[in-house]
Write a protein that binds this ligand. Structure first.
Ligand code: F3S
Length: 755
């Protein structure tokens, strides 16, 4: 059995007391999100009503899920914690490192050839530390989680932004960086700013061509890509309960595209049906016993304006199919409205070259069956595909069942490519072109979540539009962006005019789900003798060695770079081709800060080495200082380290000998990541002191031996002409974070405490 019913029963046995305590302390009825958050407090004895959008709170998540790209560094770090097993049930899913090209069998073989060392490492490290392992081809992390692990009222974190998909089964599930996942695996609390709450009331009922995807495409149009930032979106109302569980998953999945912390739905019959269909009747039975705690208090939904920070209402009976894009998921065009004019005005290619169905967003049995009903009509009505069609099933269980039920056969008759049960084109793992940078301008339609430039195929000229699977299928048949299947006729092979009927499908397979080998490998009971497989000559993986404490004597440090303007984690640790080195700290450190603009000369990756007077790239210069035993300082502007939460952006400078990052202000997650790696993350007490920093400066910390919570630090800046400035630096380290600094990293401290 892949899931842990005892853990779920334990959560349910405590939920009533914890929810009652939260109701008492807040003095009001509770939303579902609040019930889940308050019942997962790290310190259950906390008697405090938290302020939304303000208080940082420690939580105790029930589960962790990691995908193969992010799991590498997370697990390499976990190995440093000195634990024999993960503290919280954890799974690893191999789905990102499989390129779509020829079709499932050939592509999977190719991925196993290219990335076997990564897969073998993940399999062995999972086995050793009690982590469930899902092999390449087993499925996409979020579909596999929904089918196997998600449970109503649970809290989960995952090292992928679309972890939020599990909200479809009533969880609070949140995407995090690897460093956060490592903390929880090692038995520490997980900190989150208590989110704001957005309520979305769904009235009416979906029908005809309108799908759950259109609900979230509409929400994206209303809230835009930033509108959900720092908030949990809670869906409710008759429209919510009338939708399938996997449809709810689609809606929650794309909550990431509006910046939401996560999204969720209250427990209902669709979830119960899904749990039973996926062989989890015991979870459904257990949930039924506490179901009043797995949804909001009735007063909340009766009077939402009073309890949510913002309320949106959508009438599903009036909602029509939408096509969002290109280049951003919140740019909506209602099918049958203005696409022809918009495409002309903006020079979007009206002809569609590919339709892609699948990804973690829309690859359920229901999605495939509804899309296949359109494909079947194309066959029956003598229509030829105008665009190519590609399918990525969400899991082996979905693929096997859909194959058994003839669904995949229908797509194959239309010459569709059935790709591996993996991310594929959704994450740019699509060998569509030999030279994507110079590929022609074109349009594609897909049922994925993200449609930024280059996301699917690396071609900046591909205009990607997002739609439901059924609309994607219809547009792929018609080959035009402005095709409206509700009104437009197509000409078939016999020259006759034909129209599509409405799509039909099954919420769940009528004959039940079936699978031969779901691709799951359970860890051994005692992993102490399991050897973790990392070749010492590997380019892609490298075992970590504990960071040596920087110490209280930072004297004679040199300026590595004074970053000018925006410096996100992408500028600090670029993605793209560097992703292949995510498990090799030394190799990926060759991208350290290469995207940051140097304030002196305004160039990227061009800084002065004060020891030689020569100019060079940031990583090379840092390595030269490190080799000479000279610590370095990075100076930055406002909101330094915003963007993705990747821990590489803190680990790389630490690895290359940077002792302190001093900025006008930090993005909080990056600041915490620096602290976790045992570095100094400091801010100028006086912002304008940033201007004092010169290219040839040397730095001395004069009172680091008195480093204490709430006490400023003093920095002496010695300029090239011998003149000096003394500036005060603020910090947000608490006592235990100061211990991280003193021990060299948070993991060093955990290891010491375990010894
Ligand atoms: Fe994979 Fe795309 Fe989802 S990359 S996890 S299928 S967003």
């Amino acid at each position: 059995m892949a899931f842990d019913i005892n853990m779920i029963k334990k959560v349910y046995s405590q939920v009533a007391d914890r929810v009652n305590a939260a109701r008492e302390v807040t003095g009001k009825p509770l939303t579902l999100a609040e019930k889940i958050l308050y019942s997962h407090l790290w310190d259950v004895k906390t008697k405090k009503a938290f302020t939304r959008g303000k208080d940082y709170v420690d939580f105790a998540p029930d589960r962790i899920a990691c995908q193969d790209a992010t799991a590498q560094m997370a697990l390499l770090q976990f190995m440093q914690a000195g634990k024999s097993k993960v503290a919280v049930p954890t799974t690893v899913h191999c789905d990102h490192l499989i390129q779509a090209k020829e079709g499932a069998a050939a592509d999977l073989k190719n991925a196993n050839d290219i990335s076997s060392e990564v897969f073998n490492f993940l399999e062995s490290v999972s086995d050793k530390y009690g982590i469930g392992f899902w092999k390449p081809g087993a499925g996409i992390i979020h579909q596999v989680v929904l089918e196997n692990y998600a449970f109503p009222g649970g809290m989960m974190i995952g090292t992928d932004s679309h972890t939020v998909n599990a909200g479809g089964l009533g969880m609070v599930a949140i995407g995090v960086g690897g460093a956060d996942a490592v903390d929880v695996m090692a038995g520490m609390a997980w900190e989150l700013k208590f989110p704001k709450l957005i309520g979305v009331k769904l009235t009416g009922k979906l029908s005809g061509w309108t799908a759950p995807k259109d609900v979230i495409l509409k929400v994206a149009e209303i809230l835009t890509v930033k509108g959900g930032t720092g908030a949990i979106v809670e869906y409710f109302g008759p429209g919510a309960t009338s939708m399938s569980c996997t449809g709810k998953g689609t809606i929650c999945n794309m909550g990431a595209e509006i910046g939401a912390t996560t999204s969720t739905f209250g427990y209902d019959e669709s979830m119960e049906r899904y749990l039973r269909a996926t062989d989890r009747a015991d979870v459904a039975d257990a949930a039924n016993e506490v179901k009043e705690h797995l949804t909001a208090d009735p007063e909340v939904y009766a009077n939402p304006e009073q309890y949510f920070d913002q309320v949106i209402e959508i009438n599903l009976s009036e909602l029509g199919p939408l096509l969002n894009g290109p280049f951003t998921p919140d740019l909506s065009t209602a099918v049958g409205s203005t696409m022809t004019e918009k495409a002309k005005a903006n020079d979007w290619p009206i002809q569609v070259e590919w339709g892609l169905i699948g990804s973690c967003t829309n690859s359920s049995y229901e999605d495939l069956s509804r899309a296949s009903s359109i494909a079947q009509q194309a066959l029956d009505k003598g229509l030829k595909m105008k665009a190519e069609l590609g399918i990525n099933p969400g899991s082996e269980q979905v693929r096997y069942t859909a194959d058994r039920d003839g669904i995949l056969g229908i797509f194959e008759k239309l010459d569709a490519k059935i790709f591996t049960n993996a991310c594929g084109p959704c994450i740019g793992q699509w060998a569509r072109y030999n030279d994507p940078k110079n590929a022609p301008k074109n349009s594609i339609v897909h049922s994925f979540n993200r449609n930024f430039a280059k996301r699917a195929d690396g071609n900046p000229n591909t205009h990607a539009f997002v739609a439901s699977p059924e609309l994607t299928a219809a547009i792929a048949v018609a080959g035009r962006l402005d095709f409206n299947p509700l009104t437009d006729k197509l000409i078939n092979e016999n020259g006759e005019e034909v129209m599509f009927d409405e799509p039909t499908g099954w919420e769940l397979p009528p004959k039940g789900f079936e699978v031969k080998d779901n691709g799951y490998l359970a860890p051994v009971e005692d992993g102490s003798n399991v050897e973790v497989k990392v070749s010492p000559t590997s380019e892609r993986l490298q075992l970590l060695t504990p960071f040596v404490p920087i110490g209280n004597e930072i004297k004679g440090a040199k300026l590595l770079i004074k970053a000018f303007g925006k410096c996100t984690t992408d500028h600090i640790s670029m993605a793209g081709p560097w992703l292949r080195f995510r498990g090799h700290l030394d190799n990926i450190s060759n991208n350290c800060l290469i995207g940051a603009v140097n304030a002196f000369g305004k160039k990227t990756n061009f800084v002065k080495n004060q020891l030689t007077g020569e100019f060079g790239g940031v990583p090379d210069t840092a390595r030269a200082y490190k080799a000479a035993g000279v610590p370095t300082i990075v100076v930055g502007d406002h909101n330094y380290g915003e963007g993705s939460s990747r821990e590489h952006a803190a680990m790389e400078p630490r690895h290359l000998g940077v002792a302190a990052v001093i900025v006008k202000s930090f993005a909080r997650i990056h600041e915490t990541n620096l602290k976790k790696q045992g570095m100094l993350g400091l801010t100028f007490a006086n912002e304008s002191d940033y201007d004092l920093i010169q290219e040839d400066d040397t730095f001395n910390f004069t009172d680091l031996d008195q480093f204490a919570a709430g006490k400023q630090l003093t920095l002496e800046i010695v300029h090239a002409d011998g003149s000096k400035d003394t500036v005060m630096l603020n910090h947000t380290y608490n006592d235990s974070q100061i211990e991280w600094f003193q021990e060299g990293s948070a993991l060093n401290l955990i290891k010491k405490q375990n010894a």
